[in-house]
Design a protein around this ligand. Structure first.
Ligand SMILES: Cc1cc2nc3c(=O)[nH]c(=O)nc-3n(C[C@H](O)[C@H](O)[C@H](O)COP(=O)(O)OP(=O)(O)OC[C@H]3O[C@@H](n4cnc5c(N)ncnc54)[C@H](O)[C@@H]3O)c2cc1C
Length: 314
């Protein structure tokens, strides 16, 4: 039996590492600084057959109250490397800080992401997007570590199979995103700063400030809503709740009369109904029940099948 590497801690609370502030402990947690550390942590965990989880900024994640048995891997935050109009950045880097660093270098392309919590790796996996921008539009290639083969894989943007909130990393759970190269453009620093500030201020005004994981459900496609609930689509169009081929899931939840509904301290926000917030002390079980409640109501009222964006552990 291999000895546990010294940097792997035992019984670590995960709730403070998530924006929901929910979740039990990790049996083991490793904060990884280098590929050598990663390899030794994976070697140790696979020898003992522990399940392995990747934790980014915990901003799109609901962890069970019992926590997770096995090894949770988190990555440290090395400085991004800028070469002309390309930035190479580690997956553990904060997305929002990367936006600031790009603007400081007078480089455009990520302003839309100002104020999105979480790390670059989580954003690469989920194809984070806002205000018409998508991470997929900037990705040149992703370096991933395959925890099964223990090999590095370099995956081109095309092979990432990007779509709305989707990438190959959701299908291939053995790939830990290690770093990414992004293509940017020359921009005017003051103008970029102004746009980023406007996005941050929009978020402060429109989004609930209580602990949440952002939007819980994917927006359904216009075609699907047109087919299954045409009247709902008309209502959404009349208030501008349709954009880029999607109908706002938040609008649909409000229209269904669900805003404000709560299970204990877990509540559907009245401010933005696609945010399910933790009013203080909510459990993962209550949040899961609330997610199921929304799905069931939307199915009954509109025949639509809502798909959660949020990852559920285990
Ligand atoms: C207030 C608020 C506002 C938000 N607004 C937006 C928004 O406008 N647009 C948007 O797209 N999202 C938004 N989100 C959701 C969230 O911030 C993003 O989805 C973010 O990109 C998730 O990254 P993370 O590092 O926090 O991932 P985590 O929550 O840590 O993980 C999410 C999933 O990604 C996996 N993962 C994490 N890191 C890696 C890695 N290195 N390799 C492989 N898999 C990994 C995890 O295993 C998990 O399955 C918002 C969230 C909040 C709380």
């Amino acid at each position: 039996m291999k000895q546990r590497p010294v940097f792997i801690q035992e019984n670590v609370r995960l709730a403070p590492l998530t924006t929901y502030q929910i979740g039990g402990p990790a049996q083991f947690l490793a904060k990884i600084n280098s590929l050598e550390e990663l390899t030794s942590a994976i070697d140790w965990a696979t020898e003992d057959h522990w399940p392995i989880y990747f934790l980014g900024g915990g901003s799109n994640l609901l962890i069970s109250d019992q926590g997770v048995a096995g090894l949770v891997i988190t990555l440290t935050e090395p400085e991004p490397i800028f070469t002309d109009k390309i930035v190479e950045v580690g997956a553990g880097h904060s997305l929002s800080k990367l936006v600031t660093a790009c603007i400081d270098h007078g480089l455009a392309g990520l302003e839309w992401a100002a104020g999105i919590p979480g790390q670059v790796g989580g954003a690469v996996r989920g194809n984070a997007g806002a205000f018409g921008g998508w991470l997929a539009d900037r990705v040149i290639e992703v370096v991933a570590y395959n925890i099964k083969s223990k090999q590095i894989e370099v995956i081109s943007a095309q092979d990432c199979q990007y779509a709305y909130r989707h990438s190959i990393f959701k299908d291939r759970a053995e790939l830990l995103i290690w770093s990414v190269k992004l293509a940017l453009e020359i921009g005017n620093q003051a103008e970029l700063q102004k746009i980023a500030d406007e996005h941050r201020s929009y978020r402060r005004q429109r989004h609930p400030l209580l602990p949440s994981a952002g939007c819980v459900f994917k927006n359904p496609a216009v075609d699907e809503v047109a087919r299954l609930a045409p009247k709902l689509l008309q209502a959404a169009q009349s208030v501008g709740a349709v954009s880029r081929g999607e109908v706002s899931a938040g609008f649909i939840i409000s229209q269904a009369g669900l805003a404000g509904y709560s299970i204990g301290p877990a509540q559907i926000s009245r401010q933005h109904s696609n945010f399910l917030v933790n009013n203080g002390g909510a459990t993962a079980e209550q949040m899961r029940q609330l997610i199921e409640y929304v799905k069931t109501e939307i199915r009954h009222q509109y025949n639509l099948e809502f798909i959660p964006e949020v990852a559920l552990w285990p």
